[in-house]
Ligand binder design. Sequence first.
Ligand code: AMP
Ligand code: ZN
Length: 470
Amino acid sequence: MTLYIHDTLSGQKVPFEPTNPDRVTMYVCGPTVYNYAHIGNARPVVVFDVLFRLLRHLYGEDKVVYARNITDVDDKINKKAIDEGVDISVITNKFADIYNADMAALNALPPTYQPRATEHMPDMVAMIEDLIARGAAYVTDDGEVLFRVADYDGGSGRYGKLAKRSLDDMIAGARVEVAENKDNAADFVLWKPSKPGEPEWPGPKGLPGRPGWHIECSAMSEAKLGLPIDIHGGGQDLIFPHHTNEIAQSCAAHGHSDPAAYAKYWMHNGFLDFSGEKMSKSLGNVVLVHDLIKDYPGEVIRWALLSGHYRSPLNWTPELLEQSRKSLDRLYGILLRAKDIPLQEVWPDDVIFGPLLDDLNTPGAVARLYEIAPALDSMVERNDPARVKTSFMALANVLGILQQDPEVWFKQGASDDLTAQVEALLAERAAARAAKNWPESDRIRDALNALNVEVMDGPQGATWKLKGKA
Ligand code: AMP
Ligand code: ZN
């Protein structure tokens, strides 16, 4: 089974061949923790979680090492800490915990490593020292350390290879601050002095200060995964400057000229749009995951995020969520009817993963679930449907959906009181039926109807769900 992925660096769909199939590595840029994550921030998390699950399925659960960092050193964090009069760790610990809980609600598996920038300062400083020693970086009069972009590029076009742009274009497009201390307008910060009141760490060349954003990921990814990383991912907005600069620093620090020496494959998700624009904190058009999970089961939100191909824009609407809820209700209904079918210990047919192996085609995978579902439904009454159910669940597990007990799923709108009332009525009904007291049994059925409850009788006894669900 070969997995094909679209690689931003080569600009092509290519077969995925890890450097070491016994240790497949993936790094995805994580959040800057000073605020709640919006649903656009959750898109890369869910997309790369499907990839993580797929790689674990293909190579073995203990053969895939996934690092998703926490950026806990940043100007916005400093500002918030100063505004609130607290240490930055008060802000970053709070929002990292909220982030992890919110992403867990979307069924995102915890990554193998979740490195924090503050834990890797010595790695960053060592890398910057190496860059200075190689002449790839320089110290300015005001104590900043900058990376020499033009030297790294050397006229080869290598600096712009990921973004598919020339150095001149990028300088013009990025409107890089014209700073007198720069040898070249494209040079970017590796280390800079902290402002009064901001935290600082011992730095390269004895300069106290704080790292730039890009060096944080270069240091953390190498420390946790080793180079080259197999897959490096993130949102499209990170291609330039963040990932472009990560490649430049990491390659220059080791004297590599081929950008693939840092990461073999690059994958980028498209934007999640809301009211016609990219959802972003700066535009203020955000829907927070923290709020959404109060109103919708996490799987509904996850399904909505996977309903589009990861490289296409995804338009976020209330209808998308309602549609996702209906789709899941339907599939859970089938699983409820098939609940007594055991899972079989057979390796499912490769064909079920076809769409995911083709550049993580999640809409195709969802369509495949729908193709399998009728077979599962029609086999409910027969004797040997275990293989179908096993295949169906194998695909659902890689998508990270249908992870709940179907009975629990359908009861999630019911209060504890209602649940207790229904369970009591069902017990009375079972007793009435055992005593062949049909009028009593009918009376109880009417009472359940009045509670908007539908009863389903099966070989293992009766189950129930709220009406209006599949
Ligand atoms: P940030 O906290 O802004 O650094 O973003 C964390 C991650 O979310 C990065 O991988 C971004 O590329 C990604 N991201 C931010 N906004 C969106 C969006 N509207 N759609 C998809 N991905 C996004
Ligand atoms: Zn990063």
